[in-house]
Design a protein around this ligand. Structure first.
Ligand code: SF4
Length: 323
């Protein structure tokens, strides 16, 4: 190596001046020995329950700390570790702390404490969009278990159970992963994988598909431009209404106004009076949902733009439909 390169890159490093250290016999790091030792430690460790904050560790003790990646952040401050799992072996990490040893392991992924799906887990397809998994399973005489969503959230596993005729697609939402049988929808016969936060998927949620959400978002922007109306100064109001329209479009096939109560939604959607843009909006620019606001409205914002991300973020865990 040229001297200039050495001084530029290596000469600055601390180890360049540090004395040589003898690390002793490192054969315990050989893969088979290391794995056997980890397995032994996991088996004999004391299972850690409760929060880590203010913890008193017994010197010499090995503690097993199971974590789910979505709750990893709770360990970061008390243990002074990286904000995401690092330096682990198959999702199992050894961490010396106050003369004790912590074994951090993700039970869904660590081979040393593998948590398996419910016995006999059998994914069920949604017969239509915007129907929750509890209802789907009840129709089939089964019970939905939230922890199992984690195990079916890949295209490969979904293909084992469903035809996925139109391939796999990545979607957002608490009702993904899933597979929709009903024809005529953008997501029909597609296996849907939740790339973002599969641990938030619940048995009780039915979300509009991302494509429908995007359709209603674009419609809202275009219609506001055409009628020279504005979105609300509080964009979360706009987001919730757009989501409500998307939920109705998935559920009923039409964007029925989400801000009203109906005795029979399907009948209302067929009649069309309250399908967005509703008759009062078309005739008099009256939108009681505050999606489209005229220039003289005190609550109008400065523009009529909203991104898909803003809609998703503002409505997480919320339904846009009232009544
Ligand atoms: S009040 Fe009319 S225009 Fe406003 S969101 Fe409802 S259906 Fe659409």
């Amino acid at each position: 190596m040229e001297a200039s390169m050495y001084h530029k890159y290596y000469g600055q490093m601390g180890h360049a001046k540090a004395p040589v250290v003898d690390f002793g016999n490192l054969s315990y790091l050989l893969l088979d020995k290391y794995e056997a030792e980890l397995q032994r430690m996991v088996r004999s460790a004391e299972l850690w329950h409760g929060p880590m904050q203010g913890t008193r560790l017994r010197p010499g003790q090995v503690y097993l700390v199971p974590y789910a990646v979505e709750h990893y952040a709770a360990l970061v401050r008390p243990l002074h570790i990286w904000p995401f799992p690092q330096a682990h072996h198959h999702h199992t990490a050894r961490l010396p702390l106050h003369n004790a040893t912590l074994l951090l392991a993700d039970p869904r992924l660590s081979p040393y404490m593998r948590l398996l799906p419910s016995k006999g887990m059998q994914p069920a397809a949604a017969h239509r969009a915007a129907v929750d998994c509890t209802a789907i399973c009840a129709r089939l005489g089964r019970v939905c278990r939230q922890q199992d969503f984690w195990f079916i959230n890949t295209c490969e596993v979904l293909r084992e159970h469903f035809a996925c005729e139109r391939g796999c697609s990545i979607e957002l939402g608490r009702d993904v992963p899933g597979y929709v049988i009903e024809p005529g929808l953008p997501t029909s016969q597609v296996c849907l994988v939740n790339q973002q936060q599969p641990w938030l998927t619940t048995c009780a949620t039915s979300e509009p598909s991302t494509k429908t959400l995007e359709t209603m978002r674009k419609f809202s922007e275009q219609y506001a431009r055409r009628t020279e109306t504005y979105f609300c100064v509080d964009k979360s109001v706009t987001a919730v209404v757009i989501k409500g329209l998307a939920e109705h479009k998935d559920e009923l096939g039409a964007p029925l106004c989400p801000c009203r109560h109906y005795d029979d939604k399907r009948l209302e959607a067929e009649q069309g009076f309250w399908n967005c843009p509703c008759v009062p909006m078309r005739e008099r620019k009256e939108c009681h949902c505050m999606l489209f606001l005229t220039e003289d409205n005190d609550f109008r914002g400065e523009d009529n733009k909203i991104t898909l991300n803003e809609v998703v973020e503002a409505t997480k865990g919320l339904s846009g439909v009232q009544g």
